[in-house]
Design a protein around this ligand. Structure first.
Ligand code: ATP
Ligand code: MG
Length: 685
């Protein structure tokens, strides 16, 4: 499953998704097939009934809360934090920070001195308030008909058993535990068990290679590795234990010895007796954990004690070990979940991200459980055994909030809407937003395009459904407490309509506190480009109505004859062509223009490569943006190089475009390395 920190959600409380037969509500919606929306048709207004019952029903209410959060962050966030259980309240000072590298080391603290536990707040607190029998997790297996569920009471029992096992085996507060598990219920259980005893979890997405896992083991030196023997993804069986074995033996040779590998026997994928085993080190989960007590006292921790360590997706280079602490992260993920999804206790929520990514941490596990929500966890791939699987799951569980990544939307779109809905006979505009909105959401479900990063812990710029009209492709406005600043090359903040580097001016509770073991890299990567600001690495523009538009990573900005062009803009223009499924553009050197635009294009299923199609794709960019942005070269791409979290790695495309094939760099986080060879083979076609 894709990981996506650039995400789209759709919220539908009137009936479950997708609403195949229900009447389309009348609203100022866009028409399918429209090429370029005009200014006013460009906005999609929230449904009035929906807005009225929303936590933030209009822009006025948002402004009131936002202003409070900016003028009095301590007061605002104390109020948000009050709903949680604190063994001891934080000290006099709610927050303190230094984001200015010229004034000393970068330091961020929230609720320091406050004593709490996030597992207690996810489980015990919700049980005490009467939700013990509510379903916490619905689990849907890879194969149809294989499912399970846990109430909050049952989840707490399972978490306590594992927590006790970890404690018995010497895991103490502050120790690291690596979790290398697929989307079984045991994955959130493991995260929560670590949190309960104050151990620092580091989830490694169970699609990573042995080398990537080894690097992370060496980096964080875990007491224990938790894994399972194998997993089925679609029809493929992946032997995870082999990968772990090889990572553990390699890391041993590099001086990091892990003495215990707790292995869950995932029998539908592989029998115990077929699993390679090292008696002194390996233990079957099912043999030991169920014997442990279901009562486990909480380890109370300081708000600033570390909660987890997670590596970034690695789109731009070597992954960074992002460290999040307890209190601020807890308050921030809970608040963003509640407001951005307009969460209500009756909702059934599904986020397709894997817990191996930040989205899975904040919006599969912690954010929803802190709110006492019912969460769906899906083990398999979205299009197995057929492209309708996603929507079948939505129907089966009556999902009301669906959170997913553009990459998933685009891949389902590529399969065509017929397979999914069965009845929409016309070709649709392939712009993913509109397709998602019109076809999946039946033009009724508000869509939230959320901008954030592993580093930010939670949403930073996000629509609040109900509060204001949406513009497809814009993440709209900042969340409470977030002060975005768009700065120019010299680091000067710009006002009003503008375009530049996206920074944040002050800290927010969910901000990461350091890069694990490398505070210096933290300071140089994020705080030295523009002193006084957190620099996101992304480009952004703000329109005349104040809406924020992410334009792509600044390292990817292309400069053609003095025009600075964001990759996102050109890619959107290409994808708006009905025969284009996906596109990625990069800049390559050009004698006259400085740089020119080089586009990799994946046509829609069944469409042949042709010179005519190339011409019409270029025309699409000319008409949508202008002649200056027209690609000089279209390179056919059966697939694009993506990280395992589903993001395009443009640095590899740049090397292919400029034919520097011996300089492809670190490709260890690539989902499918074969893609690179395919692209090289098609270079001159
Ligand atoms: P690395 O930092 O290792 O190169 P990464 O940046 O891809 O990897 P993540 O933290 O998973 O790792 O992703 C955050 C990035 O995703 C953002 O910096 C931004 O480029 C992109 N992104 C997130 N949300 C959006 C969005 N709504 N619209 C556009 N881009 C987004
Ligand atoms: Mg990043």
């Amino acid at each position: 499953l894709p990981a996506m920190t650039n995400n789209l959600t759709t919220t539908n409380r009137h009936s479950h998704l997708p609403a195949r037969n229900s009447a389309v509500l009348k609203r100022k919606a866009v028409v399918i097939g429209e090429a370029v929306a005009s200014d006013d048709a460009d906005r999609i207004f929230p449904d009035q009934d929906f807005a009225q019952q929303a936590h933030v029903p209009d822009f006025g209410k948002y402004l009131e809360m936002y202003t409070w959060s900016i003028e009095d962050p301590a007061g605002f966030w104390s109020e948000m934090a009050d709903g949680f259980y604190w063994k001891k309240k934080w000290g006099q000072q709610v927050n303190s920070e230094n984001l200015d590298i010229t004034k000393g080391n970068i330091k961020i603290e929230w609720f320091k001195g406050g004593i709490t536990n996030i597992c207690y707040n996810c489980l015990d607190r919700n049980i005490e308030s009467g939700n013990g029998e509510k379903i916490a997790i619905h689990w849907e297996g890879n194969d149809r008909g294989v499912d399970d569920s846990l109430t909050y009471n049952q989840l707490l029992d399972r978490v306590c058993q594992l927590a006790n096992y970890l404690k018995e085996n010497g895991v103490k507060k502050g120790d690291s535990v690596i979790i290398y598990l697929p989307m079984l219920m045991e994955l959130p259980i493991s995260m929560l068990a670590c949190a309960r005893i104050g151990a620092v979890h580091s989830v490694v997405f169970a699609g990573f290679s042995a080398e990537s896992l080894e690097q992370r083991i060496i980096d964080c030196k875990p007491k224990i590795v938790i894994t399972c023997n194998a997993v089925k993804r679609g029809t493929k069986v992946i032997n995870l234990k082999d990968i772990v074995d090889s990572a553990l033996s390699e890391s041993s040779q590099n001086g990091v010895h892990v003495g215990l590998c707790l292995t869950y026997a995932n029998e539908p994928a592989m029998k115990r007796e077929d699993t390679k085993w090292q008696k002194q080190r390996d233990v079957w989960w099912q043999d030991v954990v169920p014997k442990c007590s279901t009562k486990c006292d909480v380890e109370w921790v300081d708000a600033e004690d570390p909660l987890f360590l997670l590596y970034t997706s690695g789109s731009t280079g070597k992954p960074k070990g992002v460290l999040h602490t307890t209190g601020g992260y807890m308050v921030y993920t809970a608040a963003t979940f509640k407001y951005a999804f307009d969460y209500k206790p009756s909702d059934i929520y599904w986020c397709t991200a894997d817990c191996g990514w930040i989205t899975g941490h904040s919006y599969v596990a912690y954010g929803p459980l802190l709110n006492g929500a019912t969460v769906l966890v899906y083990e398999g791939v979205p299009n197995y055994p057929d492209p309708g699987r996603c929507w079948d799951i939505v129907d089966k569980y009556k999902v009301t909030i669906f959170y997913t990544a553009p990459t998933l939307v685009r891949s389902l779109m590529r399969d065509g809407n017929e397979a999914i809905l069965g009845s929409v006979g016309e070709p649709i505009n392939p712009s993913a937003w509109r397709w998602f909105y019109n076809v999946v959401g039946d033009s009724r479900c508000p869509i939230s395009d959320t901008w954030w990063q592993t580093e930010t812990g939670g949403f930073m710029i996000t629509p609040l459904p109900g509060a204001w009209p949406q513009k497809p492709g814009s993440a709209t406005f900042p969340f409470f407490g977030v002060q975005p600043a768009i700065v120019d090359e010299k680091g000067k903040e710009m006002e009003g309509e503008c375009s530049g580097y996206l920074c944040v001016k002050t800290s927010w509770p969910g901000a990461f506190r350091t890069l694990f073991g490398d505070h210096e890299r933290y300071e140089t990567t994020y705080f030295s480009a523009f002193p006084g600001y957190y620099f996101s690495g992304d480009g952004c523009s703000r329109d005349k109505d104040g809406y924020y538009w992410l334009t792509g990573r600044v390292d990817d900005v292309i400069n053609v004859s003095g025009h600075r062009i964001g990759t996102a803009e050109v890619e959107s223009a290409l994808v708006s062509h009905p025969k284009c499924a996906e596109a990625a553009v990069v800049g390559v050197e050009h004698e006259v223009k400085g740089q020119c635009i080089y586009a990799f294009v994946t046509p829609v299923e069944g469409v042949e490569y042709s010179e005519d199609l190339k011409k019409s794709l270029v025309l699409s960019v000319r008409t949508n943006i202008g002649a200056f942005a027209a690609p000089d070269k279209i390179h056919w791409a059966p697939g694009l190089p993506k990280t395992r979290s589903g993001k395009i790695m443009r640095r590899i495309l740049r090397k292919i475009a400029s034919r520097q094939l011996d300089e492809l760099g670190d490709t260890s986080t690539l989902a499918d390395p074969n893609v690179v060879d395919q692209l090289i083979a098609l270079a001159d076609s």
